[in-house]
Ligand binder design. Structure first.
Ligand code: UDP
Ligand code: MG
Length: 139
């Protein structure tokens, strides 16, 4: 059965361009509830750990420096079928291929600076949520 939790980050480009409020509004209007949230900044080391699964990819070093270039908003979100529904809400990785009205179509700058992260599986949603939040930080 599909899980009810996903993990997201509003990425440095979207934070820097003052899109936090608009993106959170879209997330809430789509029926997601916020279980945990923090405004924070990743060190290069932490960004490298978070994206370790991509460490062999050609874009990895640029991705790590981009994701540690400014503040982010990290959050755990709850909804039925959370992972798949959230991936649909954010749109394709490449904003030029993201469906109209999706968060990446509206707010992303490039395939790298693509405004927002969404977990790709229930297992990774748990791992990624645990990377940022302790049990006491969830409501
Ligand atoms: N990324 C990139 N170049 C690429 C593919 C991905 O810079 O060709 C970045 C982009 O920020 C993306 C992240 O790496 O969101 C993780 O890639 P993934 O394939 O997991 O995409 P996502 O799951 O975020 O859609
Ligand atoms: Mg991914």
């Amino acid at each position: 059965m599909a899980g009810s939790v996903t993990f997201t980050m509003i990425k440095p480009d979207a934070v820097g361009n003052n899109h936090i409020g608009a993106i959170l509004q879209k997330i809430n209007e789509a029926g997601f509830r916020i279980k945990a949230m923090k405004y924070t900044k990743l060190s290069a080391e932490a960004a490298g750990q978070f994206y370790a699964v991509h460490s062999a990819r050609p874009f990895y070093n640029d991705l790590v420096s981009y994701m540690s270039s400014g503040p982010i908003v990290a959050a755990i979100l709850e909804k039925d079928n959370a992972v798949a529904d959230f991936r649909e809400l954010i749109g394709a990785t490449d904003p030029t291929k993201a469906a109209p009205g999706t968060i990446r179509a509206l707010f992303a700058k490039s395939i790298e600076a693509n405004a927002i992260h969404g977990s790709d599986s229930d297992e990774n949603a748990q791992i990624e949520g645990n990377f940022f939040f302790s049990g006491l930080e969830r409501f």
